[in-house]
Design a protein around this ligand. Structure first.
Ligand code: UDP
Length: 152
């Protein structure tokens, strides 16, 4: 129940007014928002976030895309947050994302796929550290947990 994931509305998601919709998908599923901020990313932060991809041929375009406007960075907490976050977001290529997922409902091209979700618990912890200071994350009791979890 303490698992965390990092979710980010990418610049196209912000421009297309999808911030509230993306937040809502995670809220309605039962996850708890523990950190959120809007910012214009720096080139260095994007390089760190996508460290594993900087040599890929698509990286220059990805970096331009991620720097093209503000993003909304979020940390969410709850059981299996990382894997379920990926499921809510859908496949990397939106044309392979199932309808009902965020990407499957709101986008078409891989280079405009509106949202990021950590691909594992380890990535989530690494990414949360890149985007948030410790004092920008909050811990608070969740009075709904008995209604969301059978073993709360
Ligand atoms: N990307 C792209 N072209 C590709 C593969 C990936 O533009 O051929 C972009 C896309 O925005 C993707 C991001 O690079 O979301 C990171 O790629 P990754 O494989 O980590 O996918 P994700 O974890 O975001 O689903």
């Amino acid at each position: 129940m303490d698992e965390r994931t990092f979710i980010m509305v990418k610049p196209d998601g912000v421009q297309r007014r999808l911030v509230a919709e993306i937040i809502s998908r995670f809220e309605r599923r039962g996850y708890q928002l523990i950190g959120i901020k809007m910012l214009q990313a720096s080139a260095q932060r994007i390089d760190t976030h996508y460290a594993e991809l900087t040599e890929k041929p698509f990286y220059p375009g990805l970096k331009r895309y991620m720097l093209s406007g503000p993003v909304v960075a979020m940390a969410w907490k709850g059981k299996a947050a990382a894997a379920t976050g990926r499921a809510l977001v859908g496949a990397t290529n939106p044309r392979q994302s199932a309808p009902g997922t965020i990407r499957g409902d709101y986008c078409i091209d891989v280079g405009r796929n509106v949202v990021h979700a950590s691909d594992s618990v380890e990535s989530a912890e690494r990414e949360i550290k890149i985007w948030f200071q410790a004092d920008e994350l909050v811990g608070y009791a969740d009075p709904l947990s008995d209604w969301i979890y059978e073993d709360a």
